[in-house]
Design a protein around this ligand. Structure first.
Ligand code: F0G
Length: 438
C-alpha cells in the first residue's frame, strides 16, 4: 500500500497500516502522521494537472482540497469522499491592515470563505472520507466551536452521525447554532476543552466512535492543502512569512508538513517562515518557545481569552508544531485581548472581517514588526481562520464599548463604530450626517 501511518517521534518511527483505527502510536504514545514512502512526482506535470482541474465540473476537481489529491494520497478509492466544495479560498489584499501592522503590503488568505466558515472544512472532508472507508457510522469531536460545526456538516452530508462535545458557556452562538442545524448530537460539558478531550478519547474507544479531532492524521492531510492552494495561487512563489493563530496546534502542524512535502516534491524551492500567534491568556506554546527546556509543554491550567476558538491550555499537537516552527526558522508570539480586538476591527474596516482568533494574526504581525522580526517590506500572508459571522456578539460589544476581557478589564473600542438611535425625521438625520466629518 502506498500510504501508511508513522509515529512522529524520531526515536520510535513505528509504522502502522493506513486502515488501522489508531490516534496515537501504540508503542510509545507519540503522535501519528500519514507518510507516502514510495511517492515520486514530476513537479511541472503536477502543477499543470492541478491548474487544469480548475476548469473541470467534476466534484473532486472543484474541491480546493481534492484537486490536490496527489499530495494527500491516502485513499485508494475516492468513492468515499464527500465534498462541499471546501477550500477555494481567496487571497485578499488589505492595505489598511498592512498600515495597522506597519507593513507596506499584507495579504490575507481567508479560510472563512469555506462552506462552514472556517479552515476546519479542509481537514474534515478528509477525516470523513477516512471514517467512511473504515466503515464507521458515528464520529465525535471536542471543540471550541469550529471543528464541531465543520464535523457536523460533513458527517451529516456523508450520512454519519455527528456527536460533539463543547465547553459549556464558552463557545460562540454562531458555532453552536451551526452544530444544531447540521444535526449533531450536542453535549455541553461543564469542563474546559483540554478536560473534555480526555473524556471524549475514553468514550470514543469504549463505544467504537471515530474521533475527528486534529489529533486525527487525516484531518492534518486535508489542512495541508491550504498551503498547497496558497502556492498555486501565487504561481509557486512562496511568501517570506505565513502567519497563523495557534490553539490546539493542528493547523501549524499541517502547514509545516505541507511545506516540507512541497520542497521534497520539487514544487517549491524554499519554505516561508511560519509564525504562530497565541492569545496571552492561553499561550502554552509561546511559553514553551521561550523556555530553555523545550522537552515539556508548560500547560496552562485555566486558559482564558475572548478568542474562544483558541482557548486551549494543553494543545495535543505541540511536538509536531515545535518541529514545524523550527524547520521553517519561524517564530511564536503572543498578543493581548486589546491587541486582538483592535486588529479585528481593522480587518473589518478593510471590508474583509474575521472572527477574534483569526485577528490574532494581524496583532501578532504588528508586534513582530515593532521588534523588527518582520521587515517593513516583507512579503507576508496571514491566514484568517474563521468567518466574521461566527461571533457577532463579540463585535457588537466591542463597537458599543461593552466588551469585557476575561480578567474583568474593559476592552477599549479604539476603532469603535456605535450605531445611532434617531427619530423618524429627515431634517434631524441630515443635520447629524452633516455634523459628522466625512
Ligand atoms: N482559528 C480558529 C477560528 C479556530 O477555530 C481554531 C481552532 C484555531 C484558529 C486554532 O487552530 O487548533 O489548529 O491551532 N479551533 C479548534 C476547534 C480547536 O475546536 O474548533 P489549531
Amino acid at each position: 500500500m502506498a500510504a501508511e501511518l508513522r509515529c512522529f517521534e524520531e526515536r520510535c518511527r513505528a509504522r502502522f497500516p493506513i486502515t488501522e483505527v489508531i490516534y496515537n502510536c501504540s508503542r510509545c504514545g507519540g503522535l501519528l502522521e500519514c507518510v507516502y514512502p514510495a511517492r515520486t512526482a514530476e513537479p511541472a506535470a503536477l502543477k499543470r494537472t492541478w491548474r487544469e482541474r480548475r476548469m473541470s465540473n467534476a466534484p473532486l476537481d472543484q474541491s480546493g482540497v481534492w484537486r490536490y489529491r496527489e499530495i494527500i494520497d491516502f485513499l485508494d478509492d475516492h468513492s468515499t469522499v464527500v465534498t462541499l466544495r471546501e477550500g477555494n479560498t481567496p487571497l485578499l489584499d488589505a492595505p489598511r491592515a498592512a498600515s495597522h501592522a506597519g507593513l507596506d503590503k499584507l495579504v490575507f488568505k481567508h479560510q472563512g470563505f469555506n462552506p462552514s466558515g472556517s479552515f476546519k472544512d479542509n481537514g474534515m472532508t478528509c477525516g470523513t472520507a477516512q471514517a467512511l472507508r473504515l466503515g464507521m457510522n458515528r464520529v465525535a469531536c471536542v471543540s471550541t466551536g469550529n471543528t464541531s460545526a465543520s464535523m457536523a456538516a460533513y458527517a451529516s452530508a456523508a450520512g454519519l452521525q455527528p456527536i460533539i462535545f463543547i465547553p459549556h458557556g464558552n463557545i460562540s452562538y454562531g458555532k453552536l447554532a451551526q452544530a444544531l442545524e447540521y444535526g449533531a448530537k450536542t453535549f455541553q460539558v461543564e469542563a474546559n476543552f483540554d478536560q473534555i478531550l480526555a473524556l471524549v478519547r475514553a468514550l470514543a474507544e469504549r463505544l467504537g466512535i471515530y474521533l475527528l479531532n486534529s489529533i486525527n492524521p487525516f484531518r492534518i492531510e486535508g489542512q495541508k492543502t491550504i498551503m498547497v492552494e496558497l502556492m498555486d495561487q501565487r504561481d509557486w512563489s512562496p511568501p517570506e512569512w505565513v502567519v497563523l493563530p495557534g490553539g490546539n496546534l493542528g493547523n501549524i502542524s499541517a502547514f509545516g508538513k505541507a511545506m516540507r512535502e512541497m520542497l521534497e516534491l520539487g514544487l517549491i524551492q524554499r519554505s516561508p517562515r511560519l509564525a504562530v500567534i497565541q492569545a496571552a491568556g492561553s499561550a502554552p506554546f509561546y511559553e514553551l518557545w521561550k523556555s530553555a527546556d523545550r522537552r515539556r509543554l508548560p500547560r496552562v491550567e485555566r486558559p482564558e481569552t475572548l478568542a474562544t476558538a483558541i482557548r486551549i491550555g494543553d494543545p495535543v499537537s505541540w511536538p509536531k508544531a515545535l518541529h514545524e516552527v523550527l524547520s521553517s526558522v519561524g517564530v511564536v508570539e503572543k498578543v493581548t485581548e486589546q491587541e486582538i480586538a483592535d486588529a479585528k476591527a481593522q480587518i473589518g474596516a478593510c471590508g474583509i472581517g474575521c472572527e477574534p482568533a483569526s485577528a490574532a494574526t494581524l496583532a501578532g504581525i504588528r508586534k513582530l514588526r515593532m521588534s523588527n522580526v518582520i521587515a517593513e517590506n516583507a512579503d507576508v500572508v496571514a491566514v484568517l481562520t474563521g468567518n466574521l459571522l461566527k461571533d457577532p456578539d463579540y463585535i457588537y460589544r466591542y463597537h458599543t464599548g461593552q466588551l469585557q476581557g476575561p480578567s474583568g478589564m474593559m476592552i477599549h473600542p479604539t476603532y469603535g463604530n456605535q450605531p445611532m438611535v434617531v427619530p423618524n425625521d429627515p431634517a434631524k438625520i441630515a443635520a447629524m450626517l452633516d455634523a459628522r466629518p466625512a
